[in-house]
Design a protein around this ligand. Structure first.
Ligand code: N01
Length: 476
């Protein structure tokens, strides 16, 4: 008897899991999706200029290579189209229950009971969480935000009805999201004030469209597409990863970013504002070629004074006041609150949020002690700053698929506590050599524990997740 599987979330992770089950002939699964459409972060982040800074041919499933990519780096509409294509091609769309938010998952000693927002409950043998790390926008806590009389919104909830043409716009935050939409807003707005708390390292994005001949070659020469994908992957592993691990390319990354800054920003005072004072890679490096030119426009100002208040008319800093019509919060996500706001209770009524009070953790980022048959995709310590998350998700799905045969006929697998303890020690040891200690970022809890990033090469993660699960897990 195949287990009954619930997958929560229909983004890259949830869809991958559903497709792999479908391909294995296991039809006893349901995907729960809180929104009315699939796509996860690529459905939510529809701001102008949204896209991915990992090349298209790598930012896709290995089993569904796609010859139709039009650009080297995919835009959000194209990624969303790809996900729809996958859902239809592999027949998983019919298994998605849209507009169904799961608010609680409770283990009763033998099965998981999922509760929907509407109060309905359904039992499953296995739960796979595919809710992502960057799914809940984080609004800052600045006094007076509610008093603002203009229009305001978060970058991941873009107000497409609101016309920015000719208006005065404040953008708060300058991470990857802001870097992508600022050039578009700057072209339309009369004035744009970018409020920067900490500068970021930026390297160029060598984007280009694929000529029709190249696309034909990718379509008819699958070996070419495989080789290209492998080349991008190896480049990321062998050049970018060592920079994050403070290895041979660390100085190269810094110099590349500084050269990019010097090439694109002529004004020395603006350059000084944009020069970070922490190691490159500590926060997510921005890969973009249009951000700096936008900041050099005469209608754009980079404000580095501390914001003290949002007023009815705009933004007040320690030094000055700025009247604006629109405030765009590009302030990131509640990245360390994994699975929130869902309540998850495991064996013996153990609350997962309580177990994770000092920071989320899971063996391989996939399984947590006391929570049998509960698996996470893109869970704790599986984010990358150098390579494709889709690769990591596929490793996780491979691992879960290897667990499934042990879960038929009422089997319940739980990671052994000693395996989890060894995993934690291994992560701590590897974390010490990584660059992330030198600044605050969305990779860390407020207390400074890195809960989001994987501190090794992606190939190592593939090897570890490919191990047979028998030794790490016990039946409960
Ligand atoms: O968010 P962020 P994001 N007052 O957390 C500032 C992925 N992504 O949405 O650095 C003033 O990076 C904060 O300042 P500081 C990618 O992994 C990928 O831009 O904390 N400022 C920072 O500048 C990325 O890393 C793509 O000092 C405040 C900004 O807000 C992740 O998503 C594209 C503040 C938040 O930056 C998140 O990016 C886009 C306050 N109170 C995004 N609070 C790809 O291309 C926060 N800030 C794959």
């Amino acid at each position: 008897m195949t287990p009954k599987v619930a997958i929560i979330g229909a983004g890259f992770g949830g869809l991958c899991m559903a497709i792999r089950l479908e391909r294995a002939g296991i039809g006893s699964y349901t995907v729960f999706e809180k929104a009315g459409d699939l796509g996860g972060t690529w459905r939510d982040n529809g701001y102008p200029g949204a896209g991915c800074d990992i090349p298209s041919h790598l930012y896709s499933y290995s089993f569904e290579k796609y010859a139709s990519w039009t650009r080297r780096y995919p835009g959000q509409p194209e990624i969303l189209k790809y996900l729809h294509h996958c859902a239809d091609k592999y027949g998983v769309r019919r298994k998605i229950r849209f507009a169904t938010e799961i608010t609680a998952a409770d283990f009763d000693g033998s099965r998981w009971h999922l509760t929907t927002e509407g109060g309905r409950s359904e039992a499953f043998d296995v739960v796979v969480m595919g809710v992502g790390q960057l799914n809940r926008p984080r609004l800052p806590d600045i006094p007076g935000m509610r008093e603002f009389e203009g229009t305001s919104f978060h970058s991941a909830r873009w107000n497409h009805e609101h016309d920015l043409t000719g208006g005065r716009v404040a953008v708060i935050g300058n991470g990857s999201s802001a870097a992508q939409f600022v050039p578009h807003v700057a072209e339309r707005a009369e004035r744009l004030e970018l409020f920067q708390r900490t500068p970021n390292w930026v390297i160029p994005k060598p984007d280009a469209t694929f000529a029709p001949a190249a696309r034909l070659a990718f379509r008819y020469l699958p070996g070419l597409q495989r080789a290209y994908r492998e080349w991008i992957f190896r480049y990321a592993e062998n050049t970018l990863y060592p920079a994050l691990a403070q290895g041979w390319s660390r100085e190269l990354l810094r110099k590349r970013a500084l050269a990019h800054l010097h090439a694109q920003v002529a004004d020395p005072s603006l350059r000084a504002k944009l020069t970070p004072g922490y190691p490159a890679g500590c926060k997510r490096v921005i890969i973009d070629s249009a951000f700096y030119p936008a900041l050099c426009r005469p209608n754009v100002d980079v404000v580095t004074d501390r914001i003290v208040r949002i007023t009815p008319k705009g933004v007040r800093t320690a030094e000055s006041s700025y009247e604006v019509d629109t405030i765009i919060y590009a302030t990131g996500f509640r990245s360390t609150e994994f699975l929130a706001p869902m309540r998850v209770t495991g064996r013996g009524g153990r609350d997962l949020a309580e177990q994770w009070a000092d920071g989320a953790e899971a063996y391989l980022g996939i399984s947590a002690p006391n929570f049998p048959n509960l698996f996470l995709l893109y869970g704790p310590n599986t984010n990358l700053g150098h390579n494709s998350i889709v690769f990591m998700i596929e490793c996780q799905v491979n691992h879960i698929m290897a667990c499934l045969p042990h879960l038929s006929r009422g089997g319940r697998l739980e990671v052994r506590p000693e395996v989890m303890a060894a995993w934690r020690a291994r992560l701590d040891a590897s974390m010490a050599r990584m660059v992330w200690g030198g600044c605050q970022s969305w990779y860390k809890t407020a207390e400074g524990r890195v809960t989001n990033n994987w501190p090794g090469p992606a190939t190592l993660y593939r090897r570890l997740t490919a191990r047979p699960p028998r030794r790490a897990y016990r039946q409960v």
